[in-house]
Design a binder for this molecule. Structure first.
Ligand code: ADP
Ligand code: 5GP
Length: 189
């Protein structure tokens, strides 16, 4: 991992629709020391989704990059590949990864000092409403809700902090406090 030891790797994980992308967007907008890694995926771009939300690639391109050792971690999530390219943050910046729980486990194995923030919805009902509100098709919503039942016990077990994303602004503030605290701890070490 080409990240220097004095910087943080912040992993934001949690089930689909919990609000990870929304939270991370606000975190990086408010903290210029954070550098957001852009993942690769083979899934299709959602309607209205930004063109650079991901590097959208074919399965062949993704598999070629696996063979080339180009990913820090990657996984197959509900039939599509998702992966974090080897991070190369600007000097002194802390890296943020917004990934699902299998990837979070892989990152923790490679770098045990990575800070894992695991986000939970206030309820399954609210998660469902958020997925629907985002425009996910009913079949996708069901798959993501079922997947969440598998992901949550693992995420809770490996997380450094578990955060319930009820009020968005409170969640972002809480994460900023945690990141500030963890930075101080690392300087003190
Ligand atoms: P994820 O990245 O975890 O899959 P998103 O960031 O796409 O989730 O959020 C899913 C939907 O929920 C989006 O429409 C987003 O605007 C909304 N959302 C995120 N956080 C909250 C919150 N705290 N309260 C209400 N809606 C939220
Ligand atoms: P979505 O299709 O909703 O954008 O993403 C599906 C899931 O894949 C989400 O939980 C998201 O956080 C996760 N994800 C996005 N990028 C990566 C990545 O690079 N690696 C892994 N392991 N998961 C990712």
């Amino acid at each position: 991992m080409s990240i220097d030891d004095n910087t943080l790797v912040v992993v934001v994980s949690g089930p689909g629709g919990v609000g990870k992308s929304t939270i991370v967007e606000k975190l990086v907008a408010r903290d210029s020391q954070l550098w957001l890694s852009r993942s690769w995926t083979t899934r299709e771009r959602r309607q209205g989704e930004s063109v650079d939300a991901y590097k959208f690639v074919t399965r062949q391109e993704f598999e070629d990059n696996i063979s080339a050792g180009g990913f820090l971690e990657w996984t197959d999530f509900l039939g599509n590949y998702y992966g974090t390219p080897m991070p190369n943050p600007p000097a002194g910046r802390d890296t943020v990864l917004e990934i699902e729980v299998d990837g979070a486990q892989q990152v923790k194995r490679i770098n045990e000092s990575a800070l894992l923030l695991f986000v939970l919805p206030p309820s399954r009902q609210e998660q469902k409403a958020r997925l629907r509100g985002r425009g996910d098709a009913d079949q996708k919503v069901d798959k993501r809700l079922r997947k969440a039942e598998e992901e949550e016990p693992i995420g809770k077990a490996i997380a450094d902090y578990v955060i319930i994303n009820d009020d968005l602004e409170s969640t972002v503030d809480e994460m900023r406090r945690i990141i500030a605290y963890e930075r101080k701890q690392r300087i003190a070490r």
